[in-house]
Design a protein. Structure first.
Length: 313
């Protein structure tokens, strides 16, 4: 009698395991995810739609390392991929984490302008002004030297040829022309110096305007981030997983493991539980999971009915 009972239990367990395998195979193909790989600029992002189960199987793409944010894709992605991708982008942009990423990028741009661009352009403007002033002063020095030589010539002619009225008049004319050239060169030098100073001041004003615009952009992003956090209470990490690196969720009736700081679609996460590895060395696949956003036997055991063999919420 004891032998018959043992065979019956074994047969029942085999049926249950087979049913579980069939359920998992159906659940593996049941969802796509949106992977935000990076932000190009304020209007463009690098987004990828994928089947996480296929990515985990091929090993060519690792969601855990390569995705900045992850969200569940709409159920009708295969019918209209372009519209699906646009919905994914809108879902990402509405999340506070996306705005924090934009804020970080804006801060990096501001730091770049402040620490690299502004000092470099200031130094270039200062060097240009210095070169212009030096050239102008060199021209003035040459004009003064010429004037001194002409004055000396005039005095020599005046002393040696006092009786030569015509030559004295010519020398006086040359002196007058030289004086006029000196005045003109002095005026040109003053204008070049003033122009150089004006260009330098304009360059400094342009740099200050760039810094002010960057600061305004950061403040705008901070305001947008606060509004997004107030408008999206459902996207915050559930208290069961707060502070945990990984979390177990039932997403569209599949038990999966998600990276807490990476996942954004918490409204899709049912029965969240903190992810922990099994201490049982004979647990096999149900002992731990190595990737995210795909079926995880360990998580199914924690969040689904009948220790992972039943229906997932």
């Amino acid at each position: 009698m004891a032998v018959h009972v043992t065979f019956a239990l074994i047969f029942a367990n085999l049926l249950q395991v087979e049913a579980y395998r069939s359920t998992v195979e159906v659940q593996k193909e049941s969802h796509m995810v949106c992977c935000l790989q990076g932000i190009v600029d304020a209007d463009n992002v690098k987004l990828r739609l994928m089947n996480p189960e296929q990515a985990a199987t091929t090993g060519k793409f690792h969601i855990k390392q390569e995705c900045k944010l992850v969200a569940m894709a709409p159920a009708d992605c295969e019918r209209d991929p372009d519209e699906c991708e646009e919905k994914c982008v809108q879902k990402m942009k509405a999340h506070p984490s996306y705005l924090e990423m934009m804020k970080g990028q804006a801060k990096a741009e501001w730091q770049h302008v402040k620490q690299t661009v502004a000092p470099k352009e200031r130094e270039e403007a200062r060097q240009n002004m210095t070169r212009t002033v030096a050239l102008a002063r060199e021209a003035l020095s040459d004009a003064e030297k010429i004037a001194s030589e002409k004055n000396l010539t005039f005095e020599q002619k005046k002393a040696a040829l006092e009786d030569a009225t015509e030559q004295l008049a010519l020398a006086q004319k040359e002196k007058t022309e030289t004086d006029r050239q000196l005045v003109n060169q002095t005026s040109i030098t003053e204008k070049q110096t003033a122009d150089a100073e004006q260009q330098y001041n304009q360059k400094v004003s342009d740099i200050d305007a760039k810094l002010t615009a960057a600061e305004e952009k950061i403040r705008s992003l901070e305001d947008s981030g606060m509004k997004a956090r107030e408008a999206s209470p459902m996207n915050s990490v559930p208290h069961q997983c707060d502070g945990e690196k990984y979390c177990c969720c039932s997403i569209r009736h599949v038990g999966v493991r998600v990276k807490t700081q990476q996942f954004t679609d918490w409204s899709e996460c049912k029965n969240p539980q903190p992810y922990t590895k099994s201490k049982n060395i004979f647990a096999g696949k149900s002992g731990k999971c190595d990737t995210v956003m795909v079926h995880c036997a360990r998580c199914a055991k924690k969040v689904c009915a009948d220790r992972g063999y039943g229906v997932c919420p």
